[in-house]
Design a protein around this ligand. Structure first.
Ligand SMILES: Cc1cc2nc3c(=O)[nH]c(=O)nc-3n(C[C@H](O)[C@H](O)[C@H](O)COP(=O)(O)OP(=O)(O)OC[C@H]3O[C@@H](n4cnc5c(N)ncnc54)[C@H](O)[C@@H]3O)c2cc1C
Length: 645
């Protein structure tokens, strides 16, 4: 990636994390916690250092929207998305055709209800597994935006197939090799990943290390030209003998990334640990037991200035956008499952589709779909431009997974009533798959805290660290601003902070979005204003809790969620405004209205309820764009609807 380059840095990650660690000690943390949080901080700094300055977090759209005086209007929506190349487009069409064929013939799943090997092979023949890999290595060279939008399409046919493409291309071996592999590693390994000869997985989580990646225990030690890996991995999607997996383990105490080619059968050095797992039921997901498992040293990935977590974070960013894209497709399938049923099912003499409650659900579901489309296109566009985009991808992941969970339970399940729980029902058969995205690739609330940390990091360094450093240097443990000596000691950092704060309070310039449709620009302007105003509130929260802020998780989570919601409103409004289809525009606008009401604590207005039910009723007769690949599902337990009436 040409945009990955080393920017000039003021202080090394190690230096910065030393200060962060000192600050945490002052905040009363244990030595162990300080060490681990310092390590996480350093890993994050190392990821930052991979990007040129203009693509780092402080210059990302969300960070700038909150802290900068100039609102980065142009970075919240990209007008044109380039079409895939002819070969990539052909692969995409053929892959959809393969998926359709196997679904229709009933040959998608084997006797264990896992995707059958011939399906994976047929997809390989289309070039599916090489979509993200350049033609020089036998791939199709799709941009990430093209890939992510295609995943939405594939998820409308089968979400597991879309998910496997993401595991292979984003978090598995493909992205680490594309981004961090040297010329030799790319030449040796990418062609086999592109052709689908090797499918890949990503082994990060361990029994003792999921949310807390500083607790990783798997180690690799050098033995001649090899590394020997020993340890246990857990929950690894798509792992099977013969696959090529990215393993994060410790080498000389530091996290590292190794590409391991698994043997074709289990051995004393490599075994799978099988368990009963309901989620991702059609994919293989196992634990891995390594015991001096040999990997050539030439397969060690070298992240300049970084380590194994740097590599993991890079792929996870993409995986999180892919997850949102998958949710957009899965929710389309839910919508297209709701509508025929709601037209068929009559209660009290009328089809339930004619009732407001059901119409509202369809209208609301369309809004969630449009928001996921908007976030997918926006985040993928940022990644294609070269942005780190970590905060933005976290928003897409949290919103996508929560929207899918809400849609599954509140909209899909409730509308289908008891039939939701029948075997063969989209909800009943897949309930765990529909909920699990809230957990994998980072549990949502934990990610929300990480989002908040990224948001406040630079502000803390600029304005609060100098105060902390001065206090540390002068030995003042309990600063008291009523004490003239303390005030004098702190005069410089306090003056800098006051200048920032008053400047921000006096700043009145608001971004204007009046080129948007009249129904949409007020939402865009309101949410942009919300983000600008959030700086004062976030800063006041930092001031109030100071070094204890890390322990005020509930406050951080609450603030984080509101900021994320404002971003969703803004992106959805801008995206909807750029669409020609009236239902998409309407769905986006209504989603923005509902989220705004949530943020301001207002009840939904009668006008909103009328509009959302009207949209739902319209969807019963006119399909939402992007649903044409969906295969019709039978109505379960049908009956003669006219008889007896
Ligand atoms: C279906 C599925 C597929 C998966 N696929 C993969 C894969 O392919 N590769 C891979 O490496 N991993 C995979 N995972 C693992 C997944 O990423 C982890 O489950 C996830 O990151 C959470 O880790 P954990 O389960 O260990 O949760 P834990 O670390 O045990 O945390 C449990 C919960 O405790 C709370 N919590 C934890 N720490 C804190 C804290 N400091 N403060 C406040 N609350 C806290 C959070 O709510 C958290 O969700 C998969 C998981 C599932 C379910």
């Amino acid at each position: 990636m040409s945009t990955l380059q080393k920017p000039p840095r003021a202080a090394s990650p190690a230096e910065r994390s030393t200060f962060a660690a000192e600050a945490l000690k002052l905040g009363g943390k244990s030595e162990e916690e300080v060490r681990r949080m310092g390590a996480v901080d350093a890993a994050d700094d190392q990821v930052e250092a991979l990007y040129a300055a203009r693509y780092q977090t402080v210059n990302s759209p969300v960070h700038r929207a909150v802290w900068d005086d100039q609102f980065p209007v142009d970075l919240f929506h990209f007008d044109s998305v380039a079409s895939p190349s002819e070969s990539a487009a052909q692969t995409m069409d053929e892959a959809i055709h393969v998926a359709h064929r196997h679904v229709q013939l009933g040959t998608l799943l084997d006797e264990h209800r896992k995707i059958r090997q011939p399906v994976l092979d047929d997809l390989a023949a289309t070039g599916y597994w090489g979509l993200l890999i350049g033609p020089e290595y036998g791939g199709r060279g799709a941009t990430f935006t093209q890939f992510a939008k295609f995943l939405t399409r594939m998820a409308t046919v089968d979400p597991t197939l879309a998910g496997l493409a993401s595991v292979h291309g984003c978090i598995g071996a493909v992205d680490p090799l594309l981004t961090f592999g040297n010329a030799d590693q790319k030449r040796r390994l990418l062609p086999r990943l592109a052709s689908g000869e090797k499918l890949s997985a990503f082994a990060l989580t361990e029994p003792c290390a999921g949310s807390d990646l500083t607790a990783l225990r798997t180690v690799a030690v050098r033995d001649g030209d090899d590394y020997l890996i020993t340890g246990e991995k857990l929950f690894i999607t798509n792992v099977l003998p013969g696959r090529m997996i990215g393993v994060v383990c410790r080498i000389d105490g530091r996290p590292a990334g190794l590409i391991a080619e698994l043997p074709d059968h289990e051995t004393d050095e490599f075994r799978l640990k099988r368990y009963s797992l309901y989620a991702l039921q059609h994919a293989h997901n196992y634990g891995i037991l390594f015991n001096n498992f040999r990997v050539p040293a030439e397969n060690l990935l070298e992240a300049e200035d970084g380590d194994g977590l740097t590599i993991a974070y890079h792929g996870l960013n993409r995986g999180r956008v892919a997850l949102c894209a998958n949710a957009a497709g899965t929710m389309r399938a839910m919508l297209m499952d709701i509508l025929p049923w709601a037209r068929f099912r009559r209660t009290y003499g009328e089809p339930i589709m004619s009732r407001e409650l059901v119409q509202r659900r369809a209208g609301e579901l369309a809004g969630l779909i449009v928001a996921c489309d908007a976030l997918t296109e926006w985040c993928a566009g940022l990644l294609d431009l070269g942005y780190r985009g970590e905060m933005e991808c976290v928003i897409a992941k949290i919103f996508g997974s929560e929207a899918q969970k809400h849609a599954a339970i509140e909209l899909h399940m409730k509308t289908h009533g008891g039939r939701s729980f029948l075997g063969g029902h989209l909800f009943g058969d897949n309930v765990h798959d529909l909920l699990a995205p809230c957990i994998y690739e980072g549990e949502g609330e934990m990610l929300g805290l990480a989002f908040f940390k990224s948001l406040v990091k630079d502000h803390g360094r600029r304005y609060f660290e100098p105060i902390g450093k001065t206090l540390q240097a002068t030995g003042i443990r309990r600063p008291n601003l009523a004490n003239p000596a303390h005030l004098w000691t702190l005069r410089e950092p306090l003056w800098n902070y006051s200048k920032w704060r008053f400047g921000k309070m006096l700043h009145t310039g608001r971004p204007r979005f009046q080129d948007l449709a009249p129904a949409l620009w007020p939402h865009a302007e309101w949410s942009a204003g919300f983000l600008q105003d959030a700086a004062i509130e976030v800063s006041a929260t930092m001031r109030k809790h100071q070094l204890k802020l890390a322990d005020r998780q509930c406050r951080m989570a609450e603030l984080s969620k509101r900021i994320q919601t404002a971003v969703v409103i803004l992106c959805t409004s801008l995206y909807a405004g750029s669409q020609s289809d009236e239902r998409i525009r309407k769905a986006g606008e209504l989603l923005a209205r509902r989220l705004t009401a949530e943020l301001t604590g207002r009840r939904p207005s009668d006008a909103y309820l009328r509009a959302v039910t009207e949209l739902g009723a319209e969807l019963a007769d006119h399909d939402l764009p992007g649903t044409s690949d969906i295969l019709e599902r039978p109505i379960l337990m049908p009956y003669d609807a006219e008889a007896g009436t």
